[in-house]
Design a binder for this molecule. Sequence first.
Ligand code: GDP
Length: 457
Amino acid sequence: MNSYSDTIAAISTAAHPSAVSMVRLSGENAIEIAEKIFASRSGKSLRELSGYSALFGDVFDEQGVFDNAVALIFRAPKSYTGENTVEITVHGGIYLTKRLLRAAVSNGARLAQAGEFTKRAFLNGKMTLSQAEAVTSLISAQGAEQAKAALEAAEGRLFKESQNIKQKIVTLLGQIAAYCDYPDEDIVDVSRETLVSELEEIYAKLDKMTSGFERGSVIKSGVDTAIVGSPNVGKSTIMNLLSGFEKSIVTSIAGTTRDIVEDTVRVGNFTLRLSDTAGIRETEDTVESVGVERARKRLESAALILAVFDGSRALSKDDLDLIKAAQGKNCVAVINKDDLESKIDEVYIKSKFELCVKISAANNIGSDELCDAICSALEMYKLDGDARLLINERQYDCAKRAQNEILVALNATKSGHMPDMIAINLDEALRALLTLTGEEATQAVVNEIFSKFCVGK
Ligand code: GDP
């Protein structure tokens, strides 16, 4: 068992040579321990300081002073962990910081485990579990969208929204219980219509949460993008242009890209999982026809299609087939080889595709326009503020479970089941939401969450 009366210490900055590094101490004896390894230049002791103030001085161990430093004091409960905390900042460098940490430990601190500062913050009621999780996401955020979502979660928006939904479920459960206890008395209105509309409202809120996460995951893990077109129009060249390095073989013999080459690239705020497919065309070659078949399937399943045409050629039957197949899909038409004399019916292509760009992939002309068109095609993945609430799979899992239970309850009510029949589903939904916010998370869940943290956070 962990004792939360002991004082923990860790290096809270990155273990690289840097301008400054910080060792953080948290716990009942944080200030006392800090005084054994830090002496201010002014002679003032850390003990005399009020919270949120700092002293300049020197850090020392049994061998003497080894650096000058700034010690910043936070007094319980007004600190990140809710405990007394001292942050001692020394010059950057692995040697100095480790020496400082060792000095702290030999004077009574214990080395912190991964995530232990944040775990203490959670256990001391400084933050909810979802806020604690947001801290990890903030640290590891790789893009603006992710960071924004994490920050909002850290500010407690997810917790508030979950409370709101939970309250609605609790009210419904109360009404159902009252109805079951006094079925003949007209004390509560649990008409089927009311139940259905309340359940629909709860379902919609959960759906907004989960679908926001699903769209967010697409942004994070990549939009499934297929580059399709007849052989030799320049698909591989476009792939290479977007990837920035050669991956699929570019050749002028038609039909050489026989399989699917995949790559992940970043375009604007989006990550695309690009696949350069075999050209779509009628073929007798059996190996190639397997590739063509796969290309057709990719065209069906991709979230975004780059339909490529060779601008220096008139539209072929294969091109016309592609135009037909791409209708109604999320698609950007790319007229390539714009450096050559144009022989293609641009007007026709433009009439069939909302987004159309002319580029010369081989000469790197028009790549900005291509990226802009891709971003426009993906506008629908832009998340509105409200949708961006859940930040990880665990939270998504809980919300999805609650959503499924509500759906079962909703369908049961619609098909005429008695209100007490759905109480069990409402109860399950409630439990899922309690796990989501951490109010009812098991020790195992809590440990699992904090084990993913880095030491020092
Ligand atoms: P894919 O079969 O559709 O993948 O086409 P490739 O990317 O292999 O390109 C076929 C041929 O067209 C190669 O010889 C490329 O060098 C050439 N090519 C690609 N893009 C351009 C371009 O913008 N202008 C010109 N002139 N040739 C290009």
